[in-house]
Design a protein around this ligand. Structure first.
Ligand SMILES: O=C(O)[C@H](O)CO
Length: 383
């Protein structure tokens, strides 16, 4: 028997690798001689660095960079086992977790630290970067990142712009002469969490500004400033990106990356499937186990169990896909059939509060996997 075990993390509880190990531990009690292929997964969001580093036997680096409020934060990024690809989550440098009710203010927060992480990866000789964007505290269109990379964003007196989306209306011109030349030969694969455009009613400021502390008046200012910024980018860099899908992700960092670097948008889960070689790992397996902390109908919009189910069914259509989740939410019927999942199980044993469910996570996942394996064994023996 061959089992492919490819779950996401259970956020706030276990990394993807720990979930995979717990599933294996449970099945192994029933099938001690089986072959197990463990592939920790992610969908481009939080946990992608850890999962890709674990899946490829890569390494984690910690770098002190400029946080969204201009103070220093310690940010981790990864270099994959191939030694040539870096994986960065922008939120490690510029994420919403670095601000609180009093300090959150997208008029002043910056993506400068994300640019510093990119620079550090370039210093390591990296030429390909997977960049997960989302969960940001910022609305600066990636202007801070561009400044860190050596672009000069200046007002009409040739003074460098201050940090934050509130300063972008003063942008008069962009100078590219001092930009880091290594960017020309570096590919950035953007794993974006949303497909919003830069501006307008579905834009970065209107949709995500309020959660970052923007009042209704601030949203209007930020949206106007991003529109102005997009016009200057179009004039000085020759790229028209204001309405591009994903340009509004992470406060417009999506557009900033497309404007200032050699970047392409991709679905996070597709990148992870590619870099973990999931399809090769799925060849010839009898069963696929996947999972995530919480599953509901939204899982079919590109989250890990959906991606794993689709990808593995392409390669080995006969292998059932079994999904484990800490919480099973609304309307999961739509995940069966066309979304390629065969069975979904909630892992918590008994009724318990969230803290207890998190504390018991490993045990309950193993127990659920063991029970499923017992059922598989019983039905196979009877056939
Ligand atoms: O960071 C943000 O603005 C949201 O996660 C959308 O990308």
């Amino acid at each position: 028997m061959k089992f492919l075990i490819a779950p996401d993390s259970f956020k706030g509880s276990l990394t993807a690798k720990e979930v995979a190990q717990a599933i294996k531990a449970g099945i192994e009690r029933v099938y001690p001689q089986a072959e197990y292929r463990l592939v920790p997964m992610a969908d481009g969001g939080e946990g992608t660095v850890q999962s890709l580093v674990d899946a490829t036997a890569g390494r984690l680096l910690t770098k002190h960079v400029t946080g969204p409020l201009g103070t220093t934060v310690a940010a981790q990024y990864g270099i994959l086992g191939d030694g040539q690809t870096a994986v960065i989550e922008m939120a490690q440098a510029s994420g919403i977790q670095y601000v609180n009710e009093q300090t959150k203010n997208p008029l002043v927060t910056t993506t400068y630290g994300t640019g510093e992480l990119i620079l550090d990866a370039l210093d390591q000789g990296i030429k390909k970067i997977i960049l997960g964007i989302g969960g940001s505290a910022t609305n600066d269109g990636g202007a801070g990142m561009a400044q860190a990379l050596g672009f000069r964003l200046q007002d009409k007196n040739n003074q460098e712009l201050a940090f934050g989306g509130g300063a972008l209306n003063r942008l008069d011109h962009i100078e590219s002469q001092e930009a880091d030349p290594r960017l020309q030969e570096t590919t950035i694969l953007i794993a974006s969490d949303v497909t919003n455009p830069l501006t307008g009613e579905n834009g970065a400021a209107a949709v995500f500004g309020p959660q970052k502390g923007a009042s209704a008046a601030d949203v209007a200012v930020l949206d106007h400033n991003l529109h102005h910024y997009a016009n200057i980018v179009k004039r000085d860099l020759g790229k028209d990106l204001e309405h591009t899908a994903g340009a509004g992700a992470a406060g417009g960092l999506g557009m900033g990356l497309l404007a200032f670097t050699q970047a392409q948008m991709a679905r996070g889960i597709d990148l992870v499937i590619e870099f973990t070689h999931l399809k090769q790992q799925a060849q010839g397996v009898d069963f696929v186990f996947t999972g995530e902390g919480g599953i509901d109908f939204q899982t079919k919009f590109g989250k890990t169990p959906f991606g794993v189910a689709k990808a593995t069914k392409e390669v080995t259509p006969t292998a059932p896909v079994i999904v484990l989740a800490g919480n099973v939410g609304e309307n999961i019927d739509s995940l069966y059939g066309s979304a390629a999942m065969d069975a979904i199980f909630a892992t918590p044993a008994g009724v318990k509060d969230l803290d207890q469910a998190i504390a018991d996570g490993k045990h309950d996942i193993a127990q659920t996997a063991e029970n499923i394996a017992r059922l598989l064994k019983a039905t196979r023996t009877q056939q």
